[in-house]
Structures are given as C-alpha cells and as structure tokens.
Design a protein around this ligand. Structure first.
Ligand code: AMP
Length: 367
C-alpha cells in the first residue's frame, strides 16, 4: 500500500462537494454500500439533499465551513469540477481528496486540459488561446472558420460557447461580447459523424476498468442520448481512445471515475474534453452494467475492490429528460423496459436536466 492509499470502510462518511443530481446518484450508491453522505454546497438544498444525512451550506470561500466539513467526513470527492482552487487546496490539506487537486486544476481549464492531453499524444482539434479581441483576430487568421470560441473556465452544457461561421469584424465583435470578454480558446470546427465517451474507473492500486463506450448525441450543446453499443465505426476507435484515457489517468495518479469525450474523426479519435467525475453519458450503467459508474466511483474513492463493468444486456440506451420532458413520466413508465430517474428538482426550466430514462434492450439495439 502506498502512503496515499486509504481504505474507508462502510459505515464511514463520504463528503461530496456539490449537491446536484450527480451527488444524488453517487450518494445513493454510497448509501447502498452502508456509507453516510455529507454534502458541501453553496446552495441551500438540491437533488442530493434527499439522500444526504449532512449538508453544509456555505460559499467556497468560507474556510471555517470547509474546515468543519472536512472534519465531519472520512474522505472527500466531487460531483462538480468548478470548485475554486483555494477551496480544493484547503480540503486537500485537511483530508483525503479523491480525485486529487492537480486533476481538478487541469480539468477546470480548457487550455491546460488540451495541452495536457496533446502532451501525452492525444489528438485535439486545432486550437489557439484568446485573451483579448485582438488575439481573437489572430486566432481566427490561424485556425480559420467555422470555429468555436469557448471560455477556458466555467463552461458546461454548451454554455460559454459561441460559433463563428465567418471572420467578419462584426462576427468577431459579437462572439467576444457573447462570452463576456473572458479568457477563451478558439477551436477549429471538427467534422465528425459521431461523438462518444470513454468512461473508466481507476482504483487506488492503479487498476483501470472501462465501461462500454456510448455513442452520445447532443442537442443545443446538451447531451440528449447515450447508447451502447456504439456504431462499429466508433468501436474501431475505442482502443486508441481508451489508451489516451488510461495515459491521462495514470499521469494524474487519478482515483475514481474519469470521463473523456471524443469526436469520431476520419483519422482517429479527437479529444474534446474531460470530466474528473462520473458523467451523464454513464448514467446507463446503473441498470446496464454489472457495477454502475456511481458505485465504482465510491468503491475506488474508499479503496474497496472494484466491481465488474460488463454489460448485463446486449444494448442499453439513456435519454435525458430536459425541462418539461420530465412531465411525461406516465407515458415513459408505460414502456415496461424503461427505468425512470427523476432528480427531485422543483422547477422545470428550459434546458435544465430534470431526470433521465434508461431502456434495456434484451434483444439488441432497437429491440
Ligand atoms: P463541449 O462543451 O466542449 O463538450 O461542447 C458541447 C458540444 O458542442 C459538443 O458535444 C459538440 O457536439 C459540439 N462541439 C464542441 N466543440 C466542437 C468542435 N471543435 N467541433 C465541432 N463540434 C463541437
């Protein structure tokens, strides 16, 4: 056992930073294994409140609250990566934080993330840093259009992004204003047929397991569906994508579930972004795999043996329920193979992830 290995036995308390649906589903897996769950969140409540026995409601800048949280739990993990580095550093000083602070720092910043993955021989879309309107002009001259301007930090579900279809000065003015004149990265537009993700879990002993890679469809920048098995042309790229993901996990000495999103490019997998956590494209593993991403995340973080990631049926599909789609729960449940998950959110705002539905296809895709 290395110095950093720590077994956290069932009966202990797992601290989760963030109280959204990912915290709720990590927490449900943790509770099933006999753990208690304590959430730290800047919000007063959230989807994870229904399963947590403790909830610290405080801003990330509140060192006293962070210290109290760290003292109340036996291990700390995240459902959300956009936590200020000062809070992560303090938690890392006070307790066992998994995944580690370096990983969070890398995944929080699109530029760092891309250069890190490029540095371990992962292919990315062409990109250039943009920290001013003048730099945007230089970047467009280099990368060309169409292109996507993305803020380096705090972007998710297509937020903090704008597409540039041409290099007219007004287009650049509008794009720069649209992202709030924040530090950004300009990415060349990738021509791809499919998007897919690699979801892995790495234990404290360095052992890595992969779930089947789902084919992901996004609508308006938000994940809509994830399906396994992915089309054959995607499956052909999975070994290379897995090798990249494993190198990332090893280089970061990662512990827990890690997700990398890729475009299926003509010449191979093109890395888009990574999430140092359980991921929406892995929700199907709750019913579709022997061990879900949530349970294996808990097992890894607590130093328990990892469970099998094998599929339990030939095919599985997951559909997100966005906004008022969640109101259709009655017709969803009319399908006997459907597993409905609702996150307990009270207000069905447009674009908000309210739940998801997983369907097990006993006879393969379409069955
Ligand atoms: P992201 O937040 O980076 O995952 O972007 C959200 C979605 O926008 C992706 O899943 C893609 O569907 C699309 N997208 C992002 N970057 C690119 C790109 N460089 N080329 C083409 N499509 C992209």
């Amino acid at each position: 056992m290395t110095a950093d290995m720590k077994i956290v036995p069932p009966g202990s308390t797992i601290g989760i930073v963030g109280g959204g649906q990912l915290g709720r589903m990590i927490g449900m897996a943790a509770v099933q294994l006999g753990y208690r769950v304590h959430i730290f969140a800047p919000e007063e409540s959230g989807p994870a409140a229904d399963i947590a026995s403790g909830w610290t409601h405080a801003p990330y800048e509140d060192d006293v609250a962070l210290t109290g949280f760290a003292e109340a739990v036996d291990v700390i993990t995240y459902e959300f990566e956009n936590v200020p580095s000062s809070a992560v550093a303090l938690l890392a000083k006070l307790g066992h934080v998994r995944p580690n602070a370096r990983t969070l720092g890398t995944a929080q910043d699109r530029l760092l993330e891309k250069s890190f993955v490029a540095g371990i021989d992962g292919r990315t879309a062409p990109y250039a840093p943009v920290s001013s309107r003048a730099e945007l002009e230089d970047a467009v001259a280099r990368i060309g259009t169409p292109a996507i301007l993305k803020t380096t930090r705090f972007g998710y579900d297509g937020k903090g992004q704008v597409r540039l279809m041409d290099d007219a000065p007004e287009t650049l003015d509008h794009a720069w204003a649209e992202i709030g004149c924040n530090p950004a990265v300009l990415e060349g537009f990738v021509q791809f047929e499919y998007e897919f993700s690699v979801i892995l879990v790495r234990g404290q002993d360095g052992a890595v397991r992969f779930w089947d890679s789902p084919h992901n469809v996004h609508v308006d920048g938000i994940l809509s569906t994830s399906t396994v098995p992915a089309p054959e042309s995607v499956q052909a790229l999975v070994p290379e994508a897995r090798a990249i993901a494993a190198r990332v996990a090893q280089a970061l000495d990662y512990v827990g579930v890690l997700t990398l999103e890729f475009f299926a490019g003509a010449a191979g997998p093109i890395f888009n972004e990574m999430a140092p956590r359980v991921h929406n494209s892995g929700h199907w593993t709750i019913e579709g795999a022997v061990t879900s991403q949530f349970e294996n995340h808990v097992r890894a973080v607590c130093g328990l043996p990892l469970g099998s990631t094998a599929l339990v049926v030939p095919a599985v599909s997951m559909q997100n329920l966005i906004g008022d789609q969640a109101n259709d729960w009655e017709s969803i449940l009319a399908d006997e193979s459907a597993h409905l998950h609702l996150y307990g959110k009270h207000e069905a705002r447009a674009g908000r992830k309210m739940g998801h539905v997983t369907r097990l296809h006993l006879g393969g895709v379409g069955a």
